[in-house]
Design a protein around this ligand. Structure first.
Ligand SMILES: [Fe+2]
Ligand SMILES: [Fe+2]
Length: 186
């Protein structure tokens, strides 16, 4: 199937490691979408020995899930882990640049993670057939969060970096902003 989410260049925050993580989250959602599409187009459950490289990491969590939902369950668990790591790095970045919207942003992350964990539990318990409707809601949340909340801290950090570069240039008689990005400091 064509990509469920197609990455748009203008979603980039110009903060390479966080942009890379956003791209990976998008790619992960696309993999889940492919599994969901495959699942709904099948009349029978996949064979037991079907290759599933993602199964190993969360075998204990998803092993009681009906076979046809197991790969999706694994992928959701991995997505949660990937999201948790991303949020942690993003929050560290916001602290590093003294972003004033840190608390509000962290709250948004907490709400999404709690919803994801609850969804995964429902999938494991068989109460939720994870379908494209749920995935569409997740897709919308991710994109809106990146282009509004994430962009807000990115723009703040760029303005801050620009101002600091300007100050350095003024002190040292240099032109333009500092070429040293935030990552070079840590
Ligand atoms: Fe965020
Ligand atoms: Fe983000």
């Amino acid at each position: 199937m064509s990509d469920f989410i197609r990455w748009q260049k203008n979603w980039a925050l110009q903060i390479p490691h966080l942009d890379q993580q956003h791209l990976e989250l998008v790619e992960h959602i696309n993999r889940i979408a492919s599994s969901v599409a495959r699942d709904t187009s099948r009349s029978a459950a996949p064979l037991e020995n079907e290759s599933n490289p993602s199964r190993q990491g969360h075998k204990s969590r998803c092993e009681d899930v009906p076979l046809h939902m197991r790969q999706i369950c694994d992928q959701i668990e991995e997505f949660i882990e990937q999201t948790r790591l991303h949020f942690r790095e993003e929050e560290a970045f916001m602290l590093q640049v003294d972003y004033p919207g840190y608390n509000q942003h962290k709250r948004e992350h907490g709400i999404l993670l709690a919803e994801l964990v609850d969804l995964a539990r429902q999938v494991r318990q068989g109460a939720e057939e994870f379908g494209l409707g749920t995935l569409t809601a997740l897709k919308r949340w991710l994109i809106v969060h990146i282009v509004t909340s994430d962009r807000a801290y990115a723009e703040y950090s760029h303005r801050r970096e620009h101002a600091r570069g300007g100050n350095v240039a003024a002190r040292e008689g240099l032109e333009g902003p500092s070429s040293q990005g935030w990552s070079a400091a840590g």
